[in-house]
Design a protein around this ligand. Structure first.
Ligand code: HEC
Length: 200
């Protein structure tokens, strides 16, 4: 018993020495809550993305896109809180960062031809029902083939229930547009006032 105890203390000491020596990269990943993956490499749907940090809601309604917007819904965007904290501290997206984008239909309520409805605060666009979920994950080890290490997933463009797992989308389908158009390491920070407010 005594001996066993002695060994395990030595083990713990060795482990903490090792982690102290392996530097900043480990310290960084230790503080980030990472996505879960199945044994075949699909990502699991996050548990509570609506409790993450809400950063903004771009809207590309059909009425402004010739009736055929690829995503006619509101796009509610959320960052996993530990990754957000890291960004506030460093201005960088840590390895393991997760960002979710949930689509929410424009509320149908005797809509005018431009899709707007009249509500108590005025005529405009109001949120209806959840209609899809996407996720991006930065992981240069797991996704070494993806530019920037960012992989993109969709759990369905449909009302709930969403798919419970998702395979990474092909690079050309998602990553390419983010690489070209997004302002901060593949993330469209130019559209997120909450993020711009904490950026240097
Ligand atoms: C034509 C360009 C384009 C393509 C292709 C594209 N996106 Fe995006 N994506 C955007 C823009 C612009 C935003 C900023 C928010 C918005 O307008 O919805 C965005 C935002 C996001 C976000 C929120 C984080 C961020 O980077 O701002 C996620 C998650 C996301 N897209 C997932 C996907 C997935 C999954 C695919 C492929 C199925 C995809 N995107 C394909 C343009 C694109």
């Amino acid at each position: 018993m005594k001996k066993y105890f002695g060994y395990s203390i030595a083990g713990v000491m060795a482990a903490s020495l090792l982690s102290a020596c392996s530097g900043a990269a480990n310290a960084e990943s230790a503080e980030i809550v990472e996505a879960k993956f199945t044994s075949s490499g699909a990502v699991e749907i996050p548990e509570n993305w609506r409790e993450w940090i809400f950063i903004g809601t771009p809207l590309t309604p059909n009425a402004l896109n010739g009736g055929e917007a690829p995503f006619p819904e509101f796009h509610n965007v959320y960052i996993e809180p530990s990754a957000y904290k890291h960004f506030v501290k460093t201005g960088e997206w840590a390895e393991g960062t997760q960002i979710a984008k949930e689509l929410v239909s424009v509320r149908p309520n005797n809509n005018a031809p431009d899709g707007s409805s009249q509500e108590v605060s005025g005529r405009g666009y109001f949120q209806g029902e959840f209609n899809g979920l996407e996720l991006t994950v930065k992981d240069n080890k797991r996704f070494s083939g993806e530019p920037g290490g960012w992989a993109y997933f969709t759990f369905g463009h449909q009302p709930e229930p969403y798919n419970q797992t998702a395979e990474a989308s092909p690079t050309e389908a998602c990553n390419v547009c983010h690489e070209v158009g997004a302002e901060t390491d593949f993330v469209f920070t130019q559209f997120y006032p909450v993020v711009r407010a904490v950026q240097e």
